[in-house]
Structures are given as C-alpha cells and as structure tokens.
Design a protein around this ligand. Structure first.
Ligand code: SF4
Length: 163
C-alpha cells in the first residue's frame, strides 16, 4: 500500500497526466493499493475507485466512486462537485468558487461541523453532531438528512486526464 499526499498538485497538467497514468500502470502490474490525497476533484475522479471526503478533519462521506460522484449524499460533497471545472466554463474563463469559509479548527461550530455553510441545515444540525453511518453496504455518510436530500453530482466516468 502506498500513501500519496498531493503527489501531482505542484505539476503542470501534462506532467500530471503522465504521472497519474504511470501510477495506474504500476497499480495494475504490482497489484498496489493507493491512499491518494488530493484537493483536485478532476485528479480524484480520474485515479480513484473509492472516495473519502473530509471536512474540517472529519470524514463526512465514503463510498465507491461511481455512486459518490453521480449521487452524493453529503451537502459538502455536492459543493465540491459543483466546483469541478467543466469544459465550457474553462473556455469562458469562469472559476466556480465554493461559497463560505472553512471553520476555525480551534472553534468548531456546535452540532454538525458543516452547518454554517449548509443550505439544508435544520435546528437539529446545531444540537446534534451527525455520526458517520452506513447508508448502504460500503457507503457511509455523516448527515442527519442524507436519506431525504436529492443532491447534484457529476458524470463519474472519466477515460482520460484532465477530465
Ligand atoms: S447534518 Fe445538517 S448541517 Fe450537517 S450536512 Fe447534514 S443537513 Fe447539513
């Protein structure tokens, strides 16, 4: 198993693609497992089989790539996916910014840590911290209302990088 922490973040996109393809080839040849840490959703979408989403040091969603990208269950994942640059936005020079500010880790909000940025928050979210719970076999989420929300995702299949 190899832990790779932001291994391509400082590289030019064409070099990123070469490194990612090399990692994929090595994984197949050597039967490797990667824990791949990245803030770049395009990279994650290309390299991952399963995705774990973290917010303020907490795991908020974990599941198979196809399901998580197409049908996210946590509002923070939805925000992250909305910020994935699309080809038409790149051509027009648009940059989609995730609204709100990350919390001060020394003064986390009560209840759900994502509450100040969550447009789906209810009173319960301020009073009770959601547990990471299994919604379906192999799929975990930490949101009180995960079953009730209908969140937007992205097309999960990516054949080449950049996506
Ligand atoms: S528990 Fe509440 S505040 Fe937290 S992500 Fe879910 S809806 Fe939003």
């Amino acid at each position: 198993m190899i832990v790779a922490d932001e291994p391509v973040s400082a590289l030019d996109v064409s070099i990123q693609a070469q490194i990612l393809n090399l990692l994929k080839d090595l994984q197949e040849q050597q039967n490797l497992t990667y824990i791949f840490v990245s803030h770049n959703m395009s990279v994650i979408r290309y390299i991952s089989d399963r995705i774990a989403v973290m917010y303020a040091g907490k795991l908020v969603e974990l599941g198979p790539k196809q399901e998580l990208l197409a049908h996210p269950k946590h509002p923070y994942t939805e925000l992250l996916l909305a910020a994935v640059p699309r080809a038409i936005d790149r051509r027009r020079g648009h940059r989609i910014v995730t609204p709100g500010e990350p919390p001060d880790l020394a003064h986390l909000p009560s209840g759900c840590v994502f509450r100040p940025r969550c447009k789906y928050a209810h009173d319960r979210c301020a009073e009770e911290e959601p547990e990471l719970r299994e919604l379906a076999p192999g799929y975990h989420v930490s949101c009180h209302f995960a079953e009730d929300l209908s969140l937007g995702g992205v097309v999960p299949r990516v054949k080449s990088f950049p996506a």
